[in-house]
Design a protein around this ligand. Structure first.
Ligand SMILES: NC(=O)C1=CN([C@@H]2O[C@H](COP(=O)(O)OP(=O)(O)OC[C@H]3O[C@@H](n4cnc5c(N)ncnc54)[C@H](O)[C@@H]3O)[C@@H](O)[C@H]2O)C=CC1
Ligand SMILES: O=C(O)[C@@H]1CCC=N1
Length: 257
């Protein structure tokens, strides 16, 4: 996730690459990030903590609190800690950090890599409006970013954080069916992915209800309605909703650990 955000930031040209400081505990990852993006690799998490104005913590949720606890004595009071970890609440983040530390929870997704991310932003009470705005602007450099209340974060994990995985399965399945019908594999991925991208753009740009857009594709007695009837019969909607409910429940369970 960190590489996706770094790549998105570099592509946006909103910050000089060398102003982006990175530290990964694997030395090879640090040198790869430096070589690939021109960012500045730090020697330790503590050095990063001392220098950063906005520190984005992108380690796995189960390692996050310990990592923050270790570097907390090196943090400056003004530094805003940005956590992208699923299921780690503002309250638990605060417990690992100095009192009154500024903390923002963000839930991004991997399409940040191509400038089409969707990120939710949730500040704690010590963060100023201007700092929140800075983080919204930062995450808007590689997609869309919106402030949401913490109670909505599990829904965000389901609808955008984890969602690319379901969409890739959809694209893969669509391509498989096209290959079955004789289309070469590479072309099948291109057609399927572009159909998904174009359909998403139609929802975002037209402002029309997805049902209306679906109706516009279904010619009476035509091909599409055959597919739609089969999707309903095989429980496509219900399958998506059940998968998301499992994802949302897991996010909720993680936050109660
Ligand atoms: N992968 C995704 O699509 C999304 C991930 N997230 C969140 O992003 C976070 C990272 O997830 P991924 O990128 O998927 O994991 P990852 O395992 O690919 O990356 C984690 C990185 O952290 C490094 N690391 C581990 N402990 C460290 C430490 N103490 N100090 C410095 N570096 C350390 C690892 O070497 C690794 O490079 C998680 O908290 C996850 O919940 C949030 C939204 C989407
Ligand atoms: O699977 C995960 O736990 C992370 C959080 C959202 C997307 N990936």
């Amino acid at each position: 996730m960190a590489s996706a955000m770094i790549s998105g930031l570099i592509k946006s040209k909103s910050l000089p690459a060398e102003h982006i400081l990175v530290f990964d505990r694997k030395p090879k990852t640090n040198s790869d990030l430096h070589d690939q993006f021109g960012v500045t690799a730090m020697d330790s998490a503590n050095q990063l903590a001392e220098k950063a104005d906005y520190l984005i913590a992108a380690v796995k949720p189960n390692a996050l609190l310990e990592t923050l606890d270790k570097l907390s004595s090196h943090l400056r009071k003004e530094t805003v800690i940005v956590s992208v970890a699923a299921g780690v609440t503002l309250e638990s983040l605060a417990s690992a950090l100095p009192k009154e530390q500024k903390i923002i929870r963000v839930m991004p997704n991997t399409p940040c890599l191509v400038g089409e991310g969707m990120s939710s932003i949730t500040p704690n009470s010590t963060v100023t409006e201007q700092e929140t705005e800075t983080v919204v602007t930062l995450f808007s450099q590689f997609g869309k970013a919106e402030v949401v209340s913490e109670s909505l974060i599990h829904a965000v994990v389901g609808v955008s954080g984890s969602a690319p995985a379901y969409i890739y399965i959809l694209i893969e399945a669509m391509a498989d069916a096209a290959v079955l019908a004789g289309m070469p594999r590479a072309k099948a991925y291109q057609f399927a992915a572009q159909a998904v991208k174009g359909s998403a753009e139609m929802v975002l740009e037209s402002g029309k209800h997805p049902g209306e857009l679906k109706d516009n594709v279904c010619s009476p007695g035509g091909t599409t309605i055959e597919a739609v009837a089969m999707l309903e019969e095989t429980g496509f909607r219900s399958s998506i909703m059940q998968a998301m409910q499992a994802c949302i429940a897991k996010s909720d369970a993680l936050s109660k650990k």
